[in-house]
Design a protein around this ligand. Structure first.
Ligand code: F6R
Length: 620
């Protein structure tokens, strides 16, 4: 949430910052702003609304310089107005900052600063940090510190941050120290891009792509001092650190739309490829199992595991639910799925042989990170299933499995879900083969997994049919999504996709549970989306479908190709190819992603930037 970009070097910074903000806009899009330094002057342009509004403002009032910072905001404190947009100014303009995070004790700090004569111009918590740094800087200068030395500014920043409770990713410019950019992190991600005589700072590597592939990820309580001449990494307590430079593998094509109208659509259509990537090198035919390079656990340790806790938020939580079914069916290990936001404050009994998996696309979700840290603190092996390489959760986990799905930029998660389910299927196979799962059974699972990318490609052929069905239902205001067993989490996911991008009320339920309450909602204005592919439970779901029909509710069914029975009963059908039951979520979710996309388009919603949301929820 909130995107930060910064630069110091030899290029003209303005377009670089604006392009960086466009790439980071998925993290928040309430307002945007930049600050550009030229000599002992810092010019600020900021505006409520999207980055292109800021672009227009900058075009009308150009700024130029070779150092600057930028921000795209997801509002926490203070409305989305021009004045509350970042950057914020401290003192009389001697400090300018952008911030991602929350200052929990900002009311107390604000009152103290006001008593000292600092004037607040905004309703944000961030302005407190700006004034605090300005105050500490003036104290340093009064004590005789040298304004030419970066240390003076570092000391002021550290003293200010020591008073703040909460989280921050910060980029800071100083009016009287041109070409000095300081970054600091506690809880909100920050990465440094290392160039030749130039350095970048960003919330994630996307603004750096095309400029440099060398990065340094900051950890909590670290601060970085950047000038065109070099970088210095410091820890709050232990002083100078040697930066560990890593290489990122993103290319500009990964973050471009190509021929697609929206990132969400691009990412939906990438799924045959992303699933290939999730499986590449991980299926072992000789042993009829899966293999993972980064679990960092000995097979003996893994064999002793007798309980698994999967923790996640949102769509990743839905993938975890599918994982629960898979792990219990194939590995016979009791598995629970916990909302990370609950687990972080609960105290469930976990034993030495409990294994925790944090499941996350971004690797930055605040609740998932906190839940993982809480489990780690108690000494449990804590692993991650994560997409973003180098993210905080990926770095802090004891081990894990990457999705290799490439950047997911559309705010609504699509390809990450199917990759997570694929990885969980391979994990269930791996742990199952260490236990009761036979060689032939393992072999069958591998064969079926290998066919999945092709089956997903077939499911994507429903695109045109979905478009027609969407136009029939786009004006309805309430939907039910119903499925059973492996398709119950898909019902939850289909409903979430619809509500988050089209703002239609939708509820997902286990199909049979509907009789215990939600059936009261069924009427001719409430369509039910039944996920009813062939399988052991098929006749039961068909009975549930009949119950809805009997009450006049319109039915859209997701069914196996050639299923005439469903075609006769439902008002509309979306066909998917037949696969074994445990793999059904990977194909049945596809038309539901497309349906949400098409309905949102027809309702004129911003598919990639739905209101109130942001990708990567880094606040609690
Ligand atoms: C829904 C969606 C969110 C995320 C959730 C967790 O489409 O994108 O519900 O799934 O915020 O995010 P990650 O997986 O990054 O931890």
């Amino acid at each position: 949430m909130c995107g930060i970009v910064g630069y110091v070097g030899h290029r003209d910074v303005t377009e670089l910052l604006l392009e960086g903000l466009r790439r980071l806009e998925y993290r928040g899009y309430d307002s945007a702003g930049i600050a550009v330094q030229h000599g002992a002057e810092i010019s600020i342009r900021k505006k409520a609304g999207r980055v292109h509004e800021l672009g227009k403002l900058v075009e009308a009032n150009p700024v130029a310089g070779t150092a600057g910072i930028g921000h795209t905001r997801w509002a926490t404190h203070g409305e989305t107005t021009d004045i509350n947009s970042h950057p914020h100014v401290g003192g009389n303009g001697e400090v300018v900052i952008v911030h991602n995070g929350v200052v929990e004790n900002y009311t107390t700090l604000r009152a103290q600063l006001q008593q000292r004569g600092y004037v607040f111009r905004t309703a944000t918590d961030t302005e407190v940090i700006a004034h605090l740094i300005a105050h500490q800087l003036s104290e340093q200068l009064k004590l005789g510190s040298d304004p030419e030395r970066p240390d003076t500014y570092v000391t002021a920043v550290l003293a200010a941050l020591a008073q703040c409770k909460g989280t921050y990713g910060l980029a800071i410019l100083f009016r009287d120290a041109p070409n000095l950019l300081i970054g600091a992190r506690l809880g909100s991600p920050l990465v440094v891009g290392v160039g030749q005589g130039e350095f970048f700072l960003a919330s994630d590597p996307s603004p750096l792509v095309g400029y440099t592939d060398e990065v340094v990820y900051l950890s909590d309580h670290e601060l970085v001092v950047l000038t065109p001449a070099g970088m210095e990494l410091r820890h709050r307590d232990s002083g100078s650190l040697t930066p560990s430079i890593q290489t990122i593998e993103q290319t500009p094509a990964d973050i471009e739309l190509g021929d697609f109208e929206h990132y969400m659509l691009k990412e939906i259509f990438e799924q045959p490829t992303t699933l290939e990537n999730a499986m590449r090198g991980r299926l072992d035919d000789d042993e009829a199992t899966a293999k993972f390079g980064g679990l960092n656990m000995e097979p003996q340790q893994l064999r002793r595991i007798d309980r698994i806790v999967l923790t996640a938020c949102g769509t990743s939580w839905h993938a975890a639910l599918v994982g629960e079914y898979l792990l219990e069916e194939f590995a016979r290990i009791p598995t629970e799925v916990e909302y990370a936001s609950e687990l972080r404050y609960r105290n469930p009994p976990l034993t030495d042989t409990t294994m925790i998996f944090a499941i996350t696309q971004s690797g930055e979700t605040a609740d998932t990170l906190a839940a993982m840290r809480e489990c780690k603190r108690k000494g449990h092996p804590t692993l991650a299933i994560c997409n973003v390489v180098g993210s905080t959760i990926a770095r802090e986990a004891d081990g894990g499995i990457y999705l290799h799905a490439g950047p997911e930029i559309g705010v609504a998660s699509t390809k990450a879900f199917t990759s997570q389910v694929t990885v969980l299927t391979m994990l269930a196979l791996y742990l199952g083969r260490m236990r009761h799962l036979s060689y032939p059974a393992g072999h069958r699972i591998i064969q079926q997994l290998r066919e999945i990318p092709q089956k997903v490609a077939q499911a994507l052929e429903s695109f045109e049919t979905v478009r027609k069905i969407a136009s029939k239902y786009a004006s309805y205001d309430n939907f039910l999504y119903l499925g059973r067993l492996y398709n119950f989490p898909v019902a939850l996911e289909g409903a979430l996709k619809l509500k988050e991008i089209s703002y239609i009320h939708a509820e997902g339920y286990p199909a049979a549970e509907m009789k215990h309450g939600p059936i009261a909602l069924v009427d001719p204005n409430t369509p039910s989306v039944f996920i009813v592919p062939r399988g052991g439970i098929y006749p039961k779901v068909m009975s549930n479908l009949e119950e809805v029909r009997a009450r006049g509710g319109p039915v859209i069914a997701v069914a196996c190709e050639g299923d005439d029975e469903v075609a006769d009963m439902a008002d509309d059908v979306l066909f998917v190819p037949e696969v074994d039951e445990f793999l059904q979520p990977l194909v049945t979710v596809i038309p539901l992603q497309l349906l949400a996309y098409q309905i949102a388009l027809l309702r004129g919603c911003n598919v990639d930037r739905p209101r109130n949301l942001a990708k990567s929820v880094t606040v609690e």
